[in-house]
Design a protein around this ligand. Structure first.
Ligand code: GLA
Ligand code: ZN
Length: 684
C-alpha cells in the first residue's frame, strides 16, 4: 500500500491554521479549543505561521512557553511571512522596495505581511535564527508532522541589492552583453546595453527582459525557500517540508519552487456558494488547479493546506455556503489526490483584517454552529476514507500548462490582448471534457517528461523551450497522440519569434504552417465544418469562438474546415501521422460543444478508461485514485444544487461514505452529494 506523506501520521490531516498566540492572554481558550478539536474531528493544526512577535518579542529574546503548550498535534510553520515591527525599525533593509516603473525607488513602510526583501542579509540571518531555534526545540517532537515554510511566498523587490542580484543572474546566464543584447533584441528603440549597470529597471518594451525578470523572481524566491529549508533540516531530518502555494497566482513558476520542498500543498478557495449558476465551471477550474498542484510532485499525494469553513471575508458579497457545499469542496480535494482537508482558520480572531473570515470555531465559541457541524461531518468522512490515503491519480493524459510560456505571452505586446489574458481559461476549456468524464489528467510544465502518457494536450503553448519539439517528435513517433492549438510555437525561450513560419519547430510533427490569425470580437463567430470521413467521426458544424488561424497543411490531413469568410474551406482542424502516432492541430478556439465532441472522440480513439459506461449528467463529475495494490477508488460529486441521477453500471461497489453499503445501477445524488466507491471495476 502507498506510504502516507509522513508514515508516522497514517490518517488524513484535518485541521489547519491555528493562532493560539493571539489568545495566549485569555484564560481558558486553549482548553476550550482542545475540547472542541475532537468534536470537530480536528486531528492536526498548523501553528506559528504569523507568530514572530509572539516568539521573539524583542530582538534575541525568545518566548516559546506558549508554543510548548500547544505542540500536541501540530504541523508547525516558520514565521517569515510577517516580520515584527522592531525588526523593520532597526533594519529597514528587510523591507521591500517597489515602485511604479519610471520613478525613483521607494522603500515600503512596515505594514501588512509578505513584504520582505529576499536578498537582505539581515533578514536571511534573522530567519535562520528563528527557524533554527524552532527546529532545534521542536524538530524531533513526536507531535510534529510537517514543516510549513512561511506563507504564500509571493511578490518581488526592486531594491538596488535585488537589481544587482538580477544583473549577476543575467551575467551567469548570458556570459556577455553581446549575448544578452541579441537575446533581448535590444536593437529595438535603440535599447542596446553597453554596461551591465544600465539594466536598472524592468523596461516593459523589452519582452525578453520582462520574461527573464520573472524567472529571476522565481529563482530568488526558490533560493529563499531553500534558505529556510536548510535552516530546519539539520535539526529535523525526518519531518517533510512544504509551503502553501496558490495555484492561480502567476507571479512565480511553481515548478521551480516545488524543487525546494518535499511535498506540495496549496490554498483552495473556490466560491461555489457565490454564483450558483456557474458551479460546473468553477468545479472544473478548481479541479484543474488541484491536478496542477498535485502534478508538481509526481507520484505523491498533495495537501490542501487551506480552505474556508464558511464564507471568506474578501469576496464581493460573501454569501453563505449552502448545507453540504463545505463537504463537497473538501472531498473534491481528496478526490483529486489530497491527503488532507485543512482550513484557514481554526478559530476567528477578535480583531484584525480576518475577524470575519470563516473558521471552524466562530465568535460564538462553541460546537453549536452549522459550520462546526459540517466540519465535524468532514472529519467523520475522512476517517471513513482512510483506505484511500496515499493512493495516487492514474493519469494517461497530460496537459501542458507552462507558466514561462504564459509570461512570455503576457510580456509580448499583442498579438491579441483579449486572448492572452485567458491562458488558464483556455486550458480549462480543453480540460473540462476529460474532467466531466472521469478521465484522470496530470498538468505538466513545458520541460516535463512526456513518457508514460497516451495523450499530451498543449493548448496555446506560445513559448517553446529548447528541445521541446524533438521531445514531442519522439513521443509521437513511438505512438503518442499530441494536440496543439492556435498560437503555439510562436517564440523561443527568450521571447524571440521563430523564423520560418509558425508553429516554429513543431511545424514538422504537426504537418502544418500557420500563416496568419484572425481575432474576432466576442459577438462574432465563424463555423467549423466537419470534413467527410474525418478520423474522429466528427459530424456537422460547430462555432469557432474568437480565434481563427489560417493554416496550410504540409502533409497533415484536414479533419474540419472553416465555413465562412475569405478563408472558408481552409483547415480548422488537421491531423498528421508521424511514426506510430498522430499530431492534431486545432487552428481555432472552438466553442464548448466543439471541444467536448473533439476531446470525447480523441479519448475514445485512444481507448482512455472511464469509470462508468454511461455519461454523467450535467454538474456531476468523477475522479479516480488508485493505490499500488491496484485498488481503485472512484469519487462521484454532484456540484449542482439539484439532485442528479447517476448510472453507476451493473457492477456492485462498496460505498465508503455510506457505512460500507453496496451500490450499483442508477442512484440519486442529493444536491452537493458525494459518493466514494471502492472496488470500482473497469469500464469505458
Ligand atoms: C491566504 C493566507 C491566509 C489567510 C487566507 C484568507 O490564503 O495564506 O493566511 O489570509 O488567505 O483567505
Ligand atoms: Zn530587495
Amino acid at each position: 500500500m502507498n506510504a502516507p506523506l509522513n508514515p508516522r501520521f497514517p490518517f488524513f490531516l484535518h485541521g489547519g491554521d491555528y493562532n493560539p498566540d493571539q489568545w495566549r492572554h485569555v484564560p481558558g481558550v486553549l482548553d476550550e479549543d482542545f475540547r472542541l478539536f475532537p468534536l470537530a474531528g480536528v486531528n492536526s493544526v498548523s501553528v506559528g505561521i504569523f507568530s514572530w512577535t509572539a516568539l521573539e518579542p524583542e530582538e534575541g529574546r525568545y518566548e516559546f512557553g506558549w508554543l510548548d503548550d500547544v505542540m500536541d498535534r501540530c504541523a508547525i510553520a516558520t514565521p517569515s511571512g510577517a516580520r515584527p515591527a522592531w525588526m523593520a525599525q532597526k533594519y529597514p533593509e528587510v523591507l521591500r522596495m517597489n515602485w511604479p516603473e519610471s520613478v525613483a525607488p521607494q522603500r515600503n513602510l512596515w505594514s501588512g505581511r509578505h513584504n520582505h526583501c529576499p536578498t537582505s542579509p539581515v533578514y536571511r540571518e534573522k530567519v535562520r535564527q528563528i527557524d533554527g531555534a524552532l527546529a532545534e526545540r521542536y524538530g524531533r517532537h513526536p507531535a510534529l508532522a510537517f514543516w510549513h515554510l512561511s506563507n504564500e511566498y509571493s511578490g518581488e523587490c526592486r531594491c538596488p541589492r535585488c537589481m544587482a542580484a538580477f544583473r549577476d543572474w543575467l551575467r551567469k546566464k548570458y556570459g556577455s552583453l553581446d549575448e544578452l543584447n541579441h537575446a533581448w533584441w535590444t536593437g529595438f528603440w535603440a535599447h542596446g546595453y553597453t554596461d551591465w549597470d544600465q539594466i536598472e529597471r524592468i523596461d516593459p518594451c523589452l519582452d525578453g527582459l520582462v520574461l527573464d525578470w520573472k524567472r529571476f523572481v522565481s529563482d530568488i524566491t526558490a533560493d529563499f525557500v531553500r534558505w529556510e529549508a536548510e535552516s530546519i533540516r539539520p535539526h529535523s531530518p525526518d519531518a517533510p517540508i512544504t509551503t502553501n502555494l496558490m495555484a492561480f497566482y502567476d507571479g512565480l513558476d511553481y515548478a521551480r519552487i516545488a524543487r525546494e520542498i518535499d511535498l506540495v500543498s496549496w490554498d483552495a478557495y473556490p466560491q461555489y456558494h457565490e454564483r450558483p449558476g456557474e458551479t460546473e465551471t468553477l468545479a472544473a477550474q478548481c479541479g484543474f488547479a488541484h491536478d496542477y498542484m498535485r502534478s508538481l510532485k509526481p507520484g505523491r499525494p498533495f495537501l490542501m493546506m487551506e480552505s474556508c469553513p464558511g464564507p471568506t471575508n474578501w469576496f464581493h458579497h460573501n454569501r453563505l455556503l449552502r448545507p453540504g457545499q463545505h463537504r463537497m469542496k473538501s472531498l473534491q480535494a481528496v478526490a483529486h489526490g489530497s491527503d488532507s482537508v485543512q482550513y484557514f482558520q481554526i478559530r476567528k480572531g477578535r480583531g484584525g483584517a480576518e475577524k470575519f473570515h470563516g473558521a471552524v470555531i466562530d465568535h460564538e465559541g462553541t460546537e453549536r454552529t452549522r459550520m462546526f457541524r459540517e466540519v465535524a461531518q468532514v472529519g467523520r468522512d475522512l476517517e471513513a476514507l482512510r483506505p484511500v490515503l496515499g493512493s495516487l491519480v492514474p493519469s494517461r493524459v497530460a496537459f501542458l500548462f507552462d507558466r514561462e510560456s504564459d509570461w512570455a505571452q503576457k510580456a509580448s505586446a499583442g498579438p491579441c490582448d483579449a486572448v492572452k489574458q485567458h491562458y488558464f481559461d483556455t486550458a480549462i476549456r480543453h480540460y473540462r471534457p476529460y474532467w466531466k468524464r472521469g478521465i484522470p489528467v496530470d498538468v505538466l510544465n513545458g520541460d516535463a517528461s512526456l513518457d508514460g502518457y497516451d495523450l499530451v494536450i498543449a493548448p496555446n503553448l506560445f513559448m517553446l523551450r529548447d528541445g521541446f519539439a524533438e521531445r514531442v517528435e519522439r513521443f509521437v513517433e513511438k505512438g503518442g497522440t499530441f494536440v496543439a492549438t492556435w498560437l503555439t510555437g510562436v517564440v523561443g525561450p527568450t521571447n524571440l519569434c521563430f523564423r520560418g513560419g509558425f508553429p516554429g519547430p513543431l511545424r514538422k510533427v504537426l504537418g502544418v504552417w500557420a500563416e496568419e490569425t484572425d481575432y474576432l470580437y466576442d459577438d462574432e463567430c465563424n463555423s467549423i465544418e466537419s470534413a467527410a470521413g474525418n478520423a474522429l467521426g466528427l459530424q456537422g458544424s460547430f462555432g469557432t469562438g474568437t480565434v481563427c488561424e489560417v493554416v496550410h497543411p504540409e502533409g497533415a490531413a484536414v479533419a474540419a474546415t472553416y465555413g465562412r469568410d475569405f478563408y472558408a474551406g481552409s483547415p480548422a482542424l488537421t491531423v498528421n501521422r508521424f511514426g506510430k502516432g498522430e499530431a492534431w492541430y486545432l487552428a481555432t478556439w472552438g466553442d464548448d460543444a466543439f471541444l467536448d465532441a473533439f476531446h470525447a472522440a480523441l479519448a475514445a480513439r485512444r481507448g482512455l478508461r472511464r469509470p462508468f459506461e454511461a455519461d454523467l449528467p450535467e454538474g456531476v463529475c468523477a475522479n479516480v485514485r488508485e493505490n499500488d495494490a491496484g485498488e481503485r477508488f472512484v469519487f462521484v460529486t454532484n456540484f449542482a444544487s439539484e439532485p442528479r441521477a447517476v448510472d453507476l453500471g451493473p457492477a456492485p461497489r462498496k460505498s465508503l461514505l455510506d457505512g460500507g453499503a453496496t451500490v450499483s445501477g442508477t442512484v440519486e445524488l442529493p444536491p452537493f452529494g458525494v459518493l466514494a466507491l471502492a472496488g470500482a471495476g473497469r469500464a469505458g
